[in-house]
Ligand binder design. Sequence first.
Ligand code: NAP
Length: 257
Amino acid sequence: MGVSTFAGKTALVTGASRGIGRATAERLAEAGALVAVHYGHNEQAAADTVAAIKAKGGSAFTLRAELGVPGDTDTLWQEYDRQILDHAPSADVDILVNNAGITPRGHIEETTPELFAEAFAVNVQAPFFLTQAGLKRLRDGGRIINVSSGATRIALTDIIAYGMTKGALDTLTLTLAKELGPRGITVNSVAPGIIDTDLNAGWLRGNAEAQDAAAQLSALGRVGTPEDVADVIAFLASDAARWITGQVVDATGGSQL
Ligand code: NAP
């Protein structure tokens, strides 16, 4: 991917303060995109993402909006509109990456209505309405990439509600791809496996046994990195992926084949 692959393009990446979102923001910026680095709470981490992008000659700005609360997507777009013209000649978006997500844990017996509702509010409702409000800003020929999970293919009983949210997101991908096809906009999901991010820090980092067990789930014998997933997202965002739409691209490193 060359430094000018995304020259003149604007990308909005949700949850870009940390993890997969941050790596994606950095990849897109490296290849020339202006990146709106959305975050929820961690202002310092978002600022660090922007600083890392600028240090490599890229362009980015931060955008705060907590998702999963009333008015969330209005807040996000208002904040986008307030800032975008300081950075780009138009408010149009070329690449929307719906990445922000939470992974509430629980088998069916442990899943309360509150936990279930929160998972769907952040992982499904927010990307749905964010995309709905973004349609008029999205340029024809643009890209929508939804970050799903291998949990839609592999039955992970301890995160049942989470897996269901990603199944819903994949249905959004499929259906929206048909709706937006006439505008030349592609819509795809990327489904990561176990990736070394803060989301898994509690059980994975510093625990050699857990690392080893997680690595063995992948045919490639290691835990994934945020960059492993960011490269797939960047490919789908590029012109090289123009003939792929409505698909779930498995980026689990061949987990549990
Ligand atoms: P992460 O390291 O925990 O980072 C999550 C990002 O999302 C942060 O930037 C966070 O922003 C933002 N975010 C979370 N909840 C938010 C909310 N309510 N409102 C606004 N922003 C919110 O996560 P990750 O591991 O990179 O995961 C990114 C995506 O990949 C998620 O959709 C996840 O389901 C999916 N995924 C991850 C894995 C994995 O193993 N890591 C596997 C499969 C799928 P702040 O910190 O600033 O609030």
